[in-house]
Design a binder for this molecule. Structure first.
Ligand code: ATP
Length: 365
């Protein structure tokens, strides 16, 4: 284990500070152990303490934040952000529910709640360095296999299927056959939409996101939109252009490209090219993700909308209409919209023309 101790010192020198400060058993756990064994760099590390996470945080100079519902606290150690969590067990009252958490007595008990064998290893910071690996994670890492710890894993927490796609695509790993059998029966609908979205967006943030979504589709865990992977690729290219990159949240757009449900993108993409006034009316109150998908499906006119049409402003505003005798109410909006439409169409050019157009529309019943 000398090699491991040295690798640990080199990868995470800040752990020496934790070791020196801790009065209770502390372990490096989860992805940090996995990545250390794979020889992959990573910035964030998770520590597990047999005892109270906030006590260890206090010994390290205090937490950066309140603990979350699982008792995780973040601390800064020599300029590195470190997550500390108390050992815990988790039980699931029904499929897909958030777990009921109780403190665990030992590291082994804590490791039993984890998703895959390759994530269920730990290294104690005190004493002789050794790998705690009750489920054969190291062997699975060497074999490139993702294996769940027990038969109910994907029933308890179906988001683990999305996590499987994340690790399989990132590392080029396969599912161990029995785990794959279980995974293919995953029912994501038992999980709240929020949690589903969070894991899907984490998958979308991966460099190999397309492969990950394809896997989920092949496993039958998600219904891919027909042509969804190609649409993801088109969206990805589009989001490398500055205007679209600024306007659209990348991960959300990629998930929507893969899955739908279709918003207005199909409609916008199948239209004749609208003139500017009409284009603004069509696009203005839409979710930027829908616009981005429509553009990726071929609605090139949306480039004009994004870069110029939507920036067209009137010189007049509602106060000008009120000063001209229009009553507060819907007439004001109607008038301003009509003027903006004509300005966009290039039919009016001056403040006077804007006011005349807006008044005519506002005073029309
Ligand atoms: P990354 O390498 O992308 O940062 P990670 O492997 O560190 O990911 P996290 O999501 O940060 O994974 O979670 C940390 C650890 O917590 C995992 O390695 C795993 O042991 C455990 N874990 C996280 N989510 C789950 C889950 N849904 N079910 C079981 N264990 C989980």
């Amino acid at each position: 284990m000398d090699g491991l101790a040295q690798a640990l010192r080199e990868a995470h020198p800040e752990l020496e500070t934790v070791r020196a400060a801790a009065r209770q058993p502390v372990y490096l756990v989860g992805g940090a152990v996995r990545d250390l064994l794979l020889g992959r760099d990573r910035a964030d590390i998770d520590l597990m303490v047999e005892g109270d996470a906030t006590d260890l945080a206090a010994e390290l100079g205090g937490a950066n934040s309140e603990h979350d519902r699982f008792g995780t606290v973040k601390v800064d150690v020599d300029g590195h952000e470190v997550d500390i969590v108390g050992a815990r067990t988790e039980t699931y009252e029904r499929p897909g529910a958030l777990p009921t958490v109780t403190p665990a007595e030992s590291i082994e008990e804590d490791l039993a709640r984890r998703d895959f064998t390759i994530n269920a290893m730990a290294i104690p910071l005190q004493g002789e360095p050794r790998l705690i690996d009750p489920y054969g994670g190291r062997g699975d890492l060497d074999a490139g296999l993702l294996r769940v710890l027990h038969g109910r894993s994907f029933v308890d927490d179906p988001t683990r299927a999305i996590r499987a796609a994340r690790y399989a695509s990132r590392f080029g790993f396969r599912l161990e056959p029995e785990s794959e059998e279980l995974l293919r029966q995953t029912d994501l609908s038992t999980v709240s939409a929020d949690r589903r979205r969070t894991e899907l967006e984490r998958l979308a943030a991966e460099a190999e996101a397309f492969a990950g979504f394809k896997l989920l589709g092949d496993w039958g865990v998600i219904d891919l939109r027909p042509g969804g992977i190609e649409l993801m690729q088109a969206v990805d290219s589009l989001l490398r252009t500055p205007h679209w990159a600024e306007a659209v949240p990348r991960e959300r757009a990629l998930v929507a490209a893969a899955l739908g449900p279709p918003g207005a993108e199909e409609v916008l993409a199948s239209m004749w090219v609208p003139k500017p006034g009409e284009g603004v009316e069509l696009a203005e109150r839409r979710d930027p993700v829908e616009l981005d998908l429509a553009r990726a499906m071929g609605a090139d006119w949306l480039d004009n909308y994004l870069t110029s049409w939507r920036r067209v402003r009137l010189e007049i505003d509602g106060d000008d209409l009120i000063a001209a005798g229009v009553e507060q109410g819907p007439a004001i909006g109607r008038g301003l919209r009509a003027a903006r439409h004509k300005k966009l169409e290039g039919e009016i050019h001056s403040r006077e023309e804007e006011l005349a157009t807006a008044l005519a529309a506002a005073l029309r019943d």
